[in-house]
Ligand binder design. Structure first.
Ligand code: ATP
Ligand code: MG
Length: 434
């Protein structure tokens, strides 16, 4: 195998931004059994650092494929990040393949061995399986990057000013290595050449991407300077992201503030503030901030509202609980919804959504309530209540509000959209602008 860095010194690259190529290794990625989330995560993390990813390769678990991909990657990149294939089993080839292509012998690192043995002892094993010794092998001259989440460390090999970095495939381990030792290494080695990137994000929900884009474009000037505007739709909303690249901090800040100032009034009715981009974060601060508790009553969402709320750590501070009341008599028995009201208006109706929200708050002794009732499909739609019709309500004390939406999509999408809409309705009610 030729050493790809031997005859091709890195061209004077001090002026341009360093480039990264990602290589993900694993048959399961090619077979579609695992989605290559590592590349996506790394792409975003590197962009934040001002390190653009130029290309990605995904290859199977063979020495040839790994070596070819790393060789090609080195043609373009200052940094090649490889994930996958560092495990203890036969199909984990990355360490051996890359060490061989550079002609680097592997040595067992005594410190790593001790740490790994201690890890196994801590988990109640009397000894470490022999196959794990492989994970303590380090190519000569490579830097070891600590893996606080697992056994195989990251390995950083420098060749002619370029870096090849090997990381485990397990996302949790890869992320821990990246955020710790690898990020530090990249900043140390490439720091002066990084092009810082500046972001400003508006999270919105309840407005369609095309509608939002039209309204925002109408207020933007023709010249955006160093800023680009991206619309990032999710099932629960659209993020508007302003990115300033290749600009000095003050210039970027000036442009971002000006453009954000123009956009803010347009998105006012739809935006929510949450670092995570999850409206539950905003709702959590609104509830916790006012010392209020919440209970939820769900029909067509089957517990998704409660799930979204409890996905967030610390939710016990404000979330009392939820009731999934699917059948009409369950709505009556568990939530006290008047059977006559259901008979008169139907289960998917404004009075039933309102009675569910108020009922669950009262049953569970909460300050606020959410009620959701709708037709998630694919069956059960009628002419006046087609599939996607959802009534959702929020109540805070004596004040309550209900809305009807006709959500597009399949059963799953309708349920997710209804969940989001109900959470947002309560947020708006708490903000005093429902
Ligand atoms: P292990 O010690 O677990 O064998 P490894 O470094 O050898 O770790 P792989 O065997 O390639 O890594 O992958 C381990 C698991 O990590 C895979 O089963 C898969 O679930 C996940 N994984 C691997 N590569 C990726 C990727 N690119 N994106 C998302 N998940 C991945
Ligand atoms: Mg493996």
């Amino acid at each position: 195998v030729r050493d790809p860095s031997a005859g091709a010194p890195l061209t004077a690259s001090a002026g341009r931004a360093p480039r990264v190529v990602i290589v993900t290794v694993g048959d399961e990625l090619l077979l579609g059994k695992t989605v290559d989330g590592n590349s996506a995560w790394l792409g975003a993390a590197l962009a934040e650092m001002g390190l653009p990813v130029l290309k990605r390769y995904t290859v199977g678990d063979t020495d040839d494929a790994i070596q070819e991909a790393v060789t090609r990657a080195l043609d373009d990149a200052d940094v090649v990040l490889v994930t996958g294939g560092l495990g203890p089993t036969r199909d984990d080839r990355t360490r051996d393949a890359v060490a061989a292509m550079f002609g680097l012998p592997l040595h067992v690192d005594a410190t790593l061995m001790q740490a790994m043995e201690a890890r196994f002892r801590a988990r109640g094993y009397t000894s470490m399986p022999a196959s794990n010794v492989k994970q303590a092998e380090v190519p000569e001259g490579a830097r070891v990057l600590a893996n606080p989440q697992g056994t195989a460390p990251g390995l950083a090999i420098e060749r002619g000013g370029r870096w090849v970095v090997l990381m485990p495939g397990v996302p949790r381990e890869m992320k821990a290595i990246f955020t710790g030792d690898l990020k530090r290494l990249l900043l140390d080695e490439l720091g002066p050449r990084l092009r810082p990137v500046f972001f400003r994000t508006f999270h919105t929900t309840g407005i369609a991407e095309s509608d939002l884009a039209e309204r925002i474009e109408a207020v933007l000037p023709p010249d955006l300077g160093p800023v680009s505007v991206a619309f990032l739709p999710h099932i629960t909303g659209v993020d508007v992201r302003l990115t300033a690249t290749d600009a000095r901090a003050e210039e970027a800040e000036r442009w971002l503030s000006d453009l954000a100032g123009r956009i803010a009034p347009v998105v006012e009715g739809y935006r929510f503030d949450a670092e995570s981009g999850d409206v539950v974060e905003a709702l959590a601060s609104a509830l916790a901030g006012s010392g209020r508790t919440l209970a939820v009553a769900e029909s067509c969402t089957g517990g998704l509202v409660a799930k979204r709320l409890t996905d967030r750590a610390g939710s016990s501070a404000y979330f009392k609980g939820g009731v999934v009341a699917y059948a009409n008599d369950a709505k009556t028995a568990l939530l006290g919804v008047d059977a006559g009201v259901i008979a008169e208006h139907g289960a998917v109706s404004e009075p039933v959504a309102l009675a569910m929200a108020a009922g669950v708050a009262s049953v569970l002794g909460a300050d606020a309530g959410i009620g959701v009732t709708g037709v998630a499909g694919p069956d059960g739609g009628t002419a006046d209540k087609p599939v996607g019709t959802v009534w959702y309500a929020a109540s805070v004390g004596e004040t309550s509000v209900a809305r009807k939406s006709l959500f597009p999509g399949d059963r799953q999408q309708i349920r997710e959209r209804a969940t989001q809409a109900a959470l947002v309705l309560l947020l708006r009610l708490l903000e005093g602008r429902a």
